[in-house]
Design a protein. Structure first.
Length: 362
């Protein structure tokens, strides 16, 4: 393996759309959502560990999840868990991690990836990331992977790339702009134009290049974290971060850096991808081989029932008759039954439950 290859797993989210399985205390990245025997963070770690040394894979997460990470990834060192004392979106934590890694290895190349996405063709993923690494090693560019859209999805951001020139279909393309989640008509126009990709939130760059970009485009944030360089990777780091991290601006890497940078490239990914953002997306992933009723963990007896997404405790028998297109989740303290058509309301339902019954249920 290349000792200059590093990875940052983003594992600080709550995954509220997967409530009641995903909770504040134990969010979705720490669950076996697919029923494979591995949690999502374990699957992501193993995917990266195919070509990145295990000691070079860092987990970026909230302080409250430190024990969960170490329990599920027992092979890593405690200092590979980079802890956020406050939630400040993706830009501050990426800068913090980049400065730590650059201090350890000035030649480091980094991939930043969500810990809770599904990618089946891991060989293609490895090929795509290493192609970007090779480009980042030879030029000061920022790279991202874009997913070829299969339908006008309004739940994803889009990457518009420069369609001029005669590059091959799988070439790295200059990014024209990042686009917010569109309405349906706009999303359809993106697909009709043909030079738009879904933004999967997977980024590659050298540690030096991303640090230089922060110094140029986010000088205040850079100054805040640059002051900690003498203590990074020492026993004084935690105190510095605890005091200074909450002062960082709450801003995403897209807004902070990528929308300003003039040397951002996108590679159309050659693998299938699912962000596993909702119960419906999990259904779509698993329905290919479960006869239109998807069951995770349990067993099913059904009559006149189609299109249901069911998750229950291990080996529990589920009996349904005359029920179509529902999400059924049975957890120790919560039973949720909602139409799939209302899956976007689950986040609001969770909030209402918390207001009425307290935070123990969420």
């Amino acid at each position: 393996m290349n000792s200059n290859y590093y990875a940052i797993l983003m594992a600080g989210g709550v995954g509220s759309r997967f409530w009641p399985v995903s909770t504040t205390a134990n969010p979705k990245q720490f669950h076996d959502m697919l029923g494979t025997g591995d949690t999502l963070i374990q699957k992501t770690f193993n995917r990266l560990n195919r070509f990145i040394p295990s000691e070079n894979i860092f987990i970026l997460t909230n302080e409250m999840y430190n024990d969960l990470v170490l329990e599920q990834l027992p092979g890593i060192r405690p200092n590979q868990v980079v802890l956020e004392p406050a939630m400040r979106n993706t830009a501050p934590c990426i800068l913090y991690a980049a400065l730590k890694i650059h201090k350890e290895n000035p030649d480091a190349l980094m991939v930043v990836a969500p810990s809770d996405h599904w990618i089946e063709d891991e060989t293609a993923f490895q090929d795509n990331v290493t192609r970007c690494f090779e480009k980042c090693a030879e030029a000061p560019v920022l790279c991202t992977l874009g997913i070829k859209p299969s339908f006008p999805n309004t739940g994803y951001g889009y990457i518009e790339y420069d369609a001029h020139g005669k590059e091959a279909a799988d070439a790295l393309r200059p990014v024209a702009q990042f686009r917010e989640k569109p309405d349906y008509v706009t999303a359809k126009s993106f697909l009709d134009q043909g030079n738009f990709l879904w933004n999967a939130g997977i980024f590659m760059w050298s540690a030096k290049t991303i640090i230089d970009a922060f110094q140029k485009y986010q000088p205040n944030m850079y100054a805040l974290f640059e002051a900690g360089i003498p203590v990074y990777n020492t026993n004084k780091e935690a105190e510095f971060i605890s005091n200074q991290y909450p002062n960082a601006e709450n801003i995403s890497i897209d807004y902070a850096i990528l929308e300003h940078a003039e040397t951002t490239l996108v590679l159309p990914a050659s693998f299938d991808w699912n962000d596993l953002g909702t119960w419906g997306s999990l259904y779509d992933k698993l329905a290919e081989n479960q006869h239109r009723n998807v069951v995770v963990n349990g067993q099913l007896w059904s009559e006149d029932a189609l299109g249901n997404m069911i998750r229950v405790p291990k080996d529990k028998l589920v009996v349904i008759d005359g029920l179509n297109d529902y999400i059924i989740v049975d957890k120790e303290d919560v039973l949720m039954i909602v139409p799939k058509s209302k899956e976007q309301d689950i986040k609001k339902i969770r909030t209402s439950v918390q207001e009425k019954y307290g935070k123990d249920y969420v």
